[in-house]
Design a protein around this ligand. Structure first.
Ligand SMILES: *[C@@H]1O[C@H](CO)[C@@H](O)[C@H](O)[C@H]1NC(C)=O
Length: 296
């Protein structure tokens, strides 16, 4: 008893001396509404989450621009790396020391393709997000110097979430959409994967070295899609088929990139399976939020 409490005290003392030395790593977020933490609040767009019921389970119970009833995936990752949530890149508060936390460049409505989400008007397409990342690095360099800035970016954790909108808000947006007339589904998926690869190579070029890449969720199970496309409320088959084609090819493409770069830079996150777990066995995860809101 006495020994173990001494051990605990020694550990606490050690942690006390170590804690100030370990700065949380920076975190950068790219992608669509699944990871947008409020950039679209600053834009003239119809893709926004700044009014109720968004945010009802958020700590402040206010809509923040997150497309969620509560925290979103980036918030939870920030918690896990013991960091505060990254600010939206367009937030005027993202200055000075806050830059060291990282930044969230995501914008609801966008996709892998430049023509995805055109109906939402003014959104930050992925190549613009990457340009903003470059701009961010210039600002970081002004703050801490070039060498330290490079180190922060190289050691950062990066999350990128793309692809859902290229189906829901492009290929399947309207019957006989331009993209669905241009491509059969398997060819469209191949095209998306090849365009996504270019985006990830650009991200690598900009200094990202540890990148979580999520696949698409079970898009056919999105409430709006079930309402529009299924007879008895079941998950819509065609969109389920789309993610079944997309996700394994994404994993393969990431493996190819890691081989090319001789490092495990890109890590596939199987959001489809995680999501299906919630749907098929909700009790296993405790109390569900009172409502489930998301648009892509
Ligand atoms: C999308 O836009 C970016 C930047 O404007 C451009 O570099 C890229 O080639 C475009 N992609 C396609 C497939 O047209």
């Amino acid at each position: 008893m006495a020994n173990s409490s001494v051990l605990v005290m020694v550990l606490i003392a050690l942690l006390g001396t170590l804690a100030p030395l370990t700065e949380a790593r920076a975190f950068f977020v790219f992608g669509d509404s699944l990871v947008d933490s409020g950039n679209n609040n600053y834009l003239v767009t119809s893709a926004r989450a700044d009014s109720p019921p968004y945010g009802i389970d958020y700590p402040t119970h206010r809509a923040t621009g997150r497309f969620s009833n509560g925290l979103n995936i980036p918030d939870i990752i920030s918690q896990k790396i013991k960091s505060e949530s990254t600010l939206p890149y367009l937030s005027p508060q993202l200055t000075g020391k806050k830059l060291l936390v990282g930044a969230n460049f995501a914008s609801a409505g966008i996709g892998i393709l430049n023509d995805t989400g055109v109906q939402f008007l003014n959104i930050i397409r992925i190549y613009t997000q990457l340009e903003y990342f470059q701009q961010y690095q210039q600002r970081l360099t002004a703050l801490v110097g070039a060498q330290k800035a490079r180190g922060i970016v190289n050691q950062a954790l990066v999350l990128i979430t793309l692809g859902g909108n290229d189906f829901v808000n492009n290929y399947y947006l309207v019957p006989n959409s331009a993209r669905s007339r241009q491509f059969a589904l398997p060819n469209y998926v191949r095209y998306l994967i090849s365009e996504y690869q270019k985006i990830l190579m650009r991200l690598y070029k900009l200094g990202a070295r540890r990148v979580l890449v999520t696949g698409t969720g079970p898009m056919g199970c999105v409430p709006a899609e079930r309402a529009m496309r299924s007879r008895n409320g079941e998950c819509a088959a065609e969109l389920q088929q789309a993610s079944a084609l997309f996700n394994p090819q994404l994993v393969q493409m990431l493996q190819g990139l890691n081989k090319k770069f001789h490092a495990d830079v890109f890590i596939a996150a199987n959001t489809h399976e995680m999501h299906m777990d919630f749907i098929t066995d909700p009790q296993a995860f405790g109390t569900l939020p009172s409502i489930y809101v998301t648009i892509y």
